[in-house]
Design a binder for this molecule. Structure first.
Ligand code: AMP
Ligand code: MG
Length: 318
């Protein structure tokens, strides 16, 4: 595909070669995953990791997720356990991130893990990143390809909006299917969800055959980088709204106001997975249209609704 964005490329043999060369040179690139677009770099390279933090303006206390092709590649860096194996077998490759203890001889550059002795690992499902991971002999450290605290990108053009020509390569893989970030689960002790996603609590409980505790207030201690303000489109957001104020953009579920100006449905069919996949697209669209404020109606607190509530709550923090 030729396009006016000279650093956005379609995925083909030529671009694979160029991408690998760029990554080998400790440069960072924008690329799609099934959750959101990532800013990827060699997890073993000091230069790459420093660049990722610098490009994003990310606080050094916020660790990155390390992406692998499969379990065999991850064994070099982390100590696995039974719960990990069970979840890996069921959900990987897929939108779930595991916190595990780091091996002493791991080559991951320590800043990638915010100097903790734990590592967040994920096995992404998207065919583009999988074919890259298969061809390189290091994992990719990869946060979402947006400036720290902004909305995550779900299209290659969103990545361009964040970083412009600063990135040599942005690989286009269309719109991300899932559209919100992976579930993060800590498996270093009694399993605990640190960030909800579309692989939800009930699905994990069924596999592990245990009851998980609700995410508690002390999550900040375990997951230092989980900033309260995050995923923000840069304008005030009011959640759990029922009365329209007459001028803001109003986000809701269903099709009740489909013909009304200023109203944006996340899913006409009340499907919470679809709603999650549209959330960031709608945020960016509303911002571009020049609205000054967003009101969001109550979103059910079940399934992917828990992840949506987590993101909109953080986005609403000023
Ligand atoms: P992001 O890169 O924006 O998708 O965020 C990844 C999140 O994973 C971070 O904000 C952390 O909260 C969490 N995370 C990454 N590494 C660790 C770790 N070693 N321990 C706990 N949480 C982590
Ligand atoms: Mg992020």
């Amino acid at each position: 595909m030729k396009n006016s964005y000279s650093n956005i490329f379609s995925f083909n043999k030529k671009i694979i070669k160029k991408t690998i060369k760029t990554l080998n040179n400790s440069d960072v690139i924008g690329l799609p995953t099934e959750t959101v677009y990532g800013l990827g770099g060699n997890a073993y390279s000091k230069k790459s990791i420093k660049k990722i933090f610098q490009f994003k303006g990310r606080p050094k206390s916020n660790p990155l997720i390390i992406h692998y092709f499969n379990i065999n590649n991850a064994l070099k860096d982390v100590i696995i356990n039974k719960n990990f194996i069970k979840l890996y077998k069921k959900f990987c490759p897929g939108p779930i991130t595991f916190i595990l203890n780091r091996k002493n001889n791991s080559k991951i550059y320590p800043l990638a893990c915010a100097n903790l002795n734990t590592v967040a690992i994920r096995f992404p499902k998207h065919n583009i990143i999988r074919s890259l991971l298969k061809k390189i002999d290091y994992p990719l450290a990869m946060p979402s390809a947006n400036k720290s605290s902004n909305v995550s990108p779900i299209n290659s053009k969103d990545v361009f909006e964040e970083f412009g020509k600063k990135l040599k390569i942005i690989i286009d893989g269309g719109k991300c299917k899932i559209g919100i970030e992976s579930t993060v689960i800590d498996l270093t002790y009694y399993p605990k969800i640190l960030r909800p996603g579309i692989i939800d609590k009930e699905m994990i409980e069924t596999v592990l055959r245990i009851k998980l505790k609700n995410t508690s207030k002390n999550e900040k201690i375990k997951s230092p980088g989980m900033l309260k303000k995050h995923y923000s489109p840069g304008i005030p957001i009011m959640i759990n709204q029922s009365n329209y104020d007459g001028k803001s953009a109003f986000i809701y579920l269903g099709k009740k106001y489909i013909k009304k100006k200023n109203f944006f449905s996340l899913s006409k069919k009340f499907n919470l997975n679809e709603a999650a996949s549209n959330l960031y697209k709608v945020f960016r669209m509303i911002k571009k249209k020049g609205y000054k404020k967003i009101q969001i109606s109550k979103i059910p607190y079940k399934g992917s609704g828990i992840a949506i509530n987590d993101r909109i709550k953080r986005a609403s923090k000023s």
